[in-house]
Design a protein around this ligand. Sequence first.
Ligand code: ADP
Length: 516
Amino acid sequence: MKRALLPALLLWAAATLAFAAGGTALRRADAEAQLQEEGRRLQRLLAQRADQHDAHLTAISALAVGLPVTREPLAQLADGILRFYPRVLAADVAAVTAEGTPALVFTTRPDCAAGTNCAAAVARGAAAAIDARPVPLPLGPGRYRLAKRVRDASGTRALALEIDAARLLEAEAATGEAAPGATLTLYLPDGTLLLERVGEGPGGPFATRLAFAAPIGSASQPMLLRLERQPSLVALVPWGLVAGFGAAAALVVALGLGLLRSRRAAREARRRAELGEQAARLAHAGRINALGEMASGIAHELTQPLTALLSQSQAALRLAQRGGEGDGALLAAALEANVAQARRAGDILARLRDWAANELPPPRPVALNAILRGVAALNARDMEARGVEVELDLPEPSPVALAEPVQAEQVVHNLLRNAADALEGNPSGAPRRVGLVARALPGGGAEIQVEDTGPGIAPAVRDQLFEPFFTTKPGGMGLGLPLCRTLVERMGGAIEAEAAPGGGARFVVRLAGAAA
Ligand code: ADP
């Protein structure tokens, strides 16, 4: 479960991060679209206002042709323009003589009325104009002059409007300027800065730049409008949505983990059930085998005294038969009965032995690694509870030998349990290790070694180890090792006990190869 937690957390973090990144990108695109929209609106407004300037000049030119100029209607028109359009600061009309000297014929600027400097300026502006098309000329910061020329029979007139660029977008003064990093700039086509409005500084960490730039759609005043914003990416993150998504994703991940856990638990239960089945099978086989071993042991042990009883009874019988009638006859009858019973007991024992030596399925090639792994898995819990460490030493590919898998498991199981019993007596702190080793033998076949770090086998008992009923354990039966020998021999192999290099005991089971 813990193994799955870290990847799940990483997955959740990655998904939430991706969602936050996606949401931020969408909101940035939204802000960008808003800025473009705002830019196009201002662009339209500026174009309308530029068109109004053109219209004013056209109206003035209608009154300024023909000489002498009638001041009164011109003054009325100019006053009206200046009153209703405060961004128009002044209106001038100059007459340009054939020699090129300009003379101011009308102006709304009182300080200019008498001088010719103003006239010259108006005429300079007008000179730059291409005939009737007005041209904007910069007049210091934030102002420009829009001038044009008109001709009639009486000569050339230069007309000009002085415009305060700062008031071009007066009504829209607050437009978006509170936004972080907002700037609005307006340039004349020659690059002169007419208007610059700067909002607050960049809006915090990870600022991103959004920009709009477009020329104003006016033939006479194609000014360039630029808008900029620098919102912080942190401010663009849709935190509420991210929190919601994070919570939902956490829920999904938790559900997934729960599902994973219940699947694992089911798998574990299945595995345990399988192990339990295997253990039951082994225990059953073990009981049957032990019974057989016991029967054969008893038969072996009783045959000798029975044989002795039989031969002695037979000898006594012969003596009694020679003795004649009376007591002798009685003794002979009793001994005859003895002989008959001893024969019967012998027959029963022989039958018991035959049964115990019952045929097993013939051995077949078996991979020893699988046998040793199976026994280790089967005993894992028990070994852990007893503080015994089981070390598998299995070469790859697995050594193969002729064996009967269940019986081979039975042998290794008995040897492992004996080793664990032997380790029980180890002083605390001494290692409690059992090695389960498989080795291929050079001449074919393979061997299994079960080696422990216990006290080893005392020389005095070495010869008796495999005898039935020999045990040094208080509750022991002394049938484990004889059974191992019987099973191994039935599989065509041999078993031996020896001293392990570390001082413990080592039991070696040699099995024939497949070709043998
Ligand atoms: P039981 O386990 O019932 O005593 P066994 O036939 O399996 O019967 O073992 C016989 C005896 O052999 C044990 O009582 C023990 O004295 C000795 N023995 C078996 N295995 C080991 C071992 N790994 N280390 C030391 N002695 C052992």
